[in-house]
Write a protein that binds this ligand. Structure first.
Ligand SMILES: O=C(O)c1ccccc1N[C@@H]1O[C@H](COP(=O)(O)O)[C@@H](O)[C@H]1O
Length: 201
């Protein structure tokens, strides 16, 4: 599968994700080219064993892991105990509404939340959820906003960022809406996205 990770890394995003779920069209394996040291590497996993996650962290010097499956709070705590320096992003998928009580057991065992759209796949579904749901966000933990975000969402993103519920929005996560084909991103589109949002080029 063709990938242009280096070109995207050269745009200096804060984070760059590598998908280690082997059923994904974007599954990453093999050698990883060096990327700018300011770009934090994130490993994306779906119900992988702790041993597998630890092995990938060591293989690729991952600084964060993004857990897209039904990983329990105990799983997160065990993982954290093994790799203390690695930050954990626990993903929650939202359809029309969301019971924020589900976050409570994760408050002390992960570093970030990520809100994605519930779909057929555990991630990478390519469509957005109604961010209005986040009006009820009860936590002060920083979160990633994700799920089908593309150039068409620029205006609504700008509106969202003005709302109180965006206070703890730490990063905007993009994926399939910027692809020419799975795993191969459109560099010009990503540049445009950054420009439209007033982010450093
Ligand atoms: O992209 C995938 O194939 C994937 C598979 C399994 C788990 C997560 C995956 N992608 C992540 O999903 C979110 C949302 O992506 P999209 O914008 O809806 O395409 C993002 O964090 C991807 O890295």
């Amino acid at each position: 599968m063709k990938k242009n990770t280096s070109e995207i890394a050269n745009l200096k995003p804060d984070y760059l994700g590598f998908i280690f779920w082997d059923k994904s069209k974007r599954h990453f394996s093999g050698p990883m080219k060096p990327i700018p040291h300011t770009v934090k590497k994130v490993g994306v996993f779906v119900d992988a064993s702790i041993e597998t996650v630890v092995a990938r962290i060591q293989d690729y010097d991952l600084l964060l892991v993004q857990l897209h499956g039904s990983e329990s709070p105990e799983y997160c705590a065990q993982l954290k105990a093994k790799v203390k320096q690695v930050q954990i992003i626990k993903v929650f998928s939202i359809k029309n509404d969301f019971d924020f009580d589900a976050l409570k057991p994760y408050e002390s065992v992960c570093d970030f939340y990520l809100f994605d759209t519930k779909g057929e796949l555990p991630g990478g579904n390519g469509y957005a959820f109604d961010w209005g749901v986040l009006k009820e966000y009860p936590s002060t933990k920083p979160y990633f906003l994700s799920g089908g975000i593309g150039l068409n969402e620029i205006d609504s993103l700008k509106e969202f960022m003005k709302r109180p519920e965006a206070k703890y929005c730490h990063a905007i996560d993009v994926n399939s809406k910027f692809e020419i084909e799975p795993g191969f991103k459109d560099v010009e589109k990503v540049k445009e996205f950054k420009k439209e949002l007033g982010l450093k080029q």
